[in-house]
Design a protein around this ligand. Structure first.
Ligand SMILES: Nc1ncnc2c1ncn2[C@@H]1O[C@H](COP(=O)(O)OP(=O)(O)OP(=O)(O)O)[C@@H](O)[C@H]1O
Length: 356
């Protein structure tokens, strides 16, 4: 006979996606009801896990169905909100659970577009997200999301600009582009440190950092300032771009930033007139290269006129309203979170010591 206790025990050992620790240890098992063969379970999930909430619930339900030998239709697993504060990270004290750098080997491959789309995807799913545009050589995020105003400071803390619930700070707010372009290492280091340390980010699930293309200076600076969850490398499919992406991967590895995966942008073009697919820059090269280098592939995004138009109009966040490009962007975002959750399950976080 199935009892609430036996179900609770099964649920308790299920790993929390955010920490990798059993949910039973973290007070995340909610109400468990058993009526004959019908089982109803409440699972507490944090906003960090929101992008993979549905599949997490399905995984738990599948486990219960197989272990208890019941019908899928008799097992209901429901998400309950679970609060968990982020810890202050590194010497800059950013309060975030995951810090993700988005980089590329060269400019113009759509790095800022993908970084912004990832940030919006996480935010739309229900996570608390900050986006830091550290691309000194082309700080394009304010343009992509349509922000013209400058951040204010309260008690010498920069207040990020909020756009649709996304918190944003850009190098473009700090310095005129023509000035930053001639900066050397120490000045870049100072500016990035200041953006991280002196911004009122609040409590974030994810901080997404749009990196300048190519250069190792900022990757090195970041790795010294706070523990990064990992880097996403954006590239286009042609061979020369892939060579640069390989260099970017090597650069992140050199400064011990794990590579969360590669994104192939501008993978192909679907002609709206005849539905014909054109592999303008070739296709599939990034996936093959990622496999060869032993890094995950996060997904592809085709060339989309809407994506480019929305960028020009400061409406990049609106890409999720577009039927054609939205599933590709969402797939990349979700695959990234899945990969982070899988690494948490492999290496669960050590529990914080109780306060005596
Ligand atoms: N999949 C795509 N389809 C169509 N246009 C795209 C796509 N991805 C990006 N773009 C467009 O390409 C241009 C460059 O994109 P973006 O600024 O994101 O590149 P970047 O790699 O960050 O460049 P840089 O490093 O020079 O800032 C923009 O006009 C953007 O709208």
């Amino acid at each position: 006979m199935i009892t609430a206790d036996s179900v609770r025990k099964l649920v308790s050992s299920f790993p929390d996606p955010e920490t990798g620790r059993p949910v039973g240890q973290l007070g995340q098992v909610g109400e468990v009801r058993v009526e004959g063969d019908r089982v109803h379970v409440g699972l507490g999930l944090t906003s960090w896990a929101a992008p993979i909430q549905d599949e997490t619930l399905t995984r738990l339900r599948d486990r219960l169905v197989s272990e208890l030998g019941i019908e899928e239709s008799d097992c209901v697993v429901e998400a309950l909100p679970h609060e968990r504060k982020a810890e202050k990270l590194g010497q800059v004290g950013v309060t975030a659970k995951s810090v993700i750098a988005v980089g590329s080997g060269k400019g113009g491959v759509g790095k800022s577009t993908i970084a912004t789309s990832i940030a919006y995807g996480l935010k739309n799913a229900g996570a608390r997200v900050g986006l830091m545009d550290a691309d000194v050589y082309g700080p394009s995020v304010p343009h992509l999301v349509g922000i013209n105003e400058r951040p204010t400071a309260i008690n010498q803390r920069l207040q990020p600009i909020e756009k649709d619930g996304l918190k944003l700070i850009s190098m473009g707010f700090m310095v005129p582009a023509e000035e930053a372009i001639v900066w050397r290492g120490p000045m870049l280091h100072g500016a990035v440190t200041q953006m991280l340390r002196d911004t009122d980010w609040g409590d974030l699930d994810y901080l997404v950092i749009d990196m300048p293309p190519g250069t190792g200076d900022i990757a090195l600076t970041l790795s010294q300032l706070l523990p990064l969850t990992g880097a996403v490398v954006v590239c286009t499919p042609q061979d020369v771009a892939l060579l640069d992406a390989v260099k970017a991967i090597a650069m992140f590895r050199k400064v011990s930033i794990p590579v969360l995966g590669v994104v192939e942008n501008m993978s192909y073009f679907l002609c709206p007139d005849n539905g014909q697919r054109y592999d303008i820059f070739g296709n599939g090269g990034a996936k093959a290269k990622a496999a060869q280098l032993g890094v995950p592939f996060l997904g592809e995004a085709p060339i989309s006129i809407d994506l480019r138009k929305r960028g020009d109009d400061g409406q990049t966040g609106g890409n999720y309203a577009d039927d054609y490009i939205a599933p590709y962007l969402w797939n990349i975002t979700r695959q990234m979170v899945r990969n982070i959750a899988a690494s948490h399950a492999e290496k669960p976080a050590t529990p914080s010591l109780p306060v005596l």
